[in-house]
Design a binder for this molecule. Structure first.
Ligand code: AMP
Length: 356
């Protein structure tokens, strides 16, 4: 595939804040964007000139969308495989449908990474209460039950600490196909964020230390410091293998626990990621710009850190009401996603602060 020159239209499946930030980066490079989403509006609507409201099962609407864009990418992974396969048959989808298929199912993603020699928490597939009880016998009751699909920000998960928790956990996850994971005693969490170009070139951003609160990312900080720094090389090697094996094009994120045994892979996202938002101001080239460059077949930009240290803090729910106070700090870069209603646990924006 030859490169897609500025002036072309990038189709984005999903219209949330990630779509919004991809669209801003695309516009800066001279591209137009066209969102396809089941909702009639969303954070990306304010910055994207075209929007199709359509269901992911509406083959006619998807075909019309494919005809109106030059390349398709996506900003979240819960898109039915059939929709992505249809779009891929009609044109180019980057990252490819296989990457999405693996990443949207926890069991297949863990098996895929294990097959490449990566370290994961012990895990067992669970399709019934009986299987859950057997899995607890093998893994132990210090564990987390997670739905295979459609989980995000800690949703679709149940923490177990006693074999008697099985019934409650199985009902908490809605009795859906799940995996039981042994609880990892980690020292810290971090992510590897890379971009792989259409020519196979790979660049990594500095790995941030990620702190979660109630299962939701609260802060990402670079440099990540000890003990993460010593584990980044091994985690990067695994992430590069994943990208290579999938013939991946675009930004790819892998999340890890820094454990006493080394980096433990938790999950991957075949897209730009919340733990990479700091790159907008904190890196020479942001994850959003490099995602656009990669999917359009352009040379990649430098991923080097642009400050001594950077901290990104998510504004969750009513945190964003403090925007005026946040702006009294002249070093704070405020990002608000334009969401009208501040619900509990909802990502409303983020703040990035650079130190020199
Ligand atoms: P996830 O949805 O898999 O990213 O999980 C959300 C958060 O829950 C993670 O970032 C960890 O803080 C925690 N967590 C998930 N899986 C495990 C595990 N196997 N052991 C310990 N903590 C976990």
């Amino acid at each position: 595939m030859t490169s897609i020159a500025p002036g072309a239209t990038i189709g984005i499946l999903g219209g949330g804040q990630l779509g919004r930030m991809i669209a801003v980066a695309a516009a800066q490079l001279g591209y137009r964007t066209h969102i396809y989403a089941p909702e009639n509006s969303g954070p990306a609507a304010d910055v994207s000139p075209r929007w199709t409201q359509g269901d992911y099962t509406d083959a006619a609407a998807l075909a019309a969308f494919a005809g109106a864009v030059d390349i398709v990418t996506y900003e979240f992974e819960n898109i039915p495989q059939a929709a992505v396969d249809q779009l891929a048959a009609l044109g180019h989808v980057r990252p490819n449908a296989r990457a999405l298929g693996i990443a949207q199912d926890r069991l297949s993603e863990k098996r895929f990474v294990c097959d490449l020699g990566g370290r994961t928490a012990p895990f067992e597939p669970v399709d019934s209460l009986d299987m859950l009880e057997e899995a607890i016998n093998r893994i132990g009751s210090e564990a987390i039950l997670k739905t295979n699909r459609f989980g995000y920000d800690g949703k679709g998960q149940a923490r177990l600490s006693d074999p008697g928790d099985a019934v409650h956990a199985w009902s908490t996850v809605g009795r859906q196909p799940s995996i039981l994971e042994g609880f990892v005693r980690f020292d810290a969490e971090f992510s590897v964020i890379l971009v792989r170009g259409a020519d196979g070139a790979v660049r990594f951003w500095d790995s941030p230390r990620n702190v979660h609160e109630q299962g939701i990312l609260a802060t990402s900080t670079v440099p990540a410091g000890d003990p993460i720094a010593a584990q980044v090389a091994e985690a990067r090697a695994l992430a590069a293998q994943v990208a290579e094996a999938l013939d991946y094009v675009g930004v790819l994120t892998l999340e890890f626990f820094a454990s006493p045994d080394g980096p433990v892979f938790n999950e991957m996202a075949p897209r730009v990621h919340n733990s990479g938002h700091w790159t907008i101001e904190g890196a020479v080239t942001s994850q959003f710009e490099n995602h656009v460059r990669a999917i359009c077949g352009l040379p990649l930009g430098d991923t080097a850190l642009a400050a001594k240290s950077v901290e990104m803090r998510n504004l969750i729910g009513h945190d964003a009401d403090a925007w005026e106070t946040i702006l009294t700090d002249p070093a704070a870069h405020l990002h608000l996603y334009g969401k009208r209603e501040a619900r509990e646990g909802r990502k409303m924006g983020h703040v990035t602060r650079l130190s020199f």
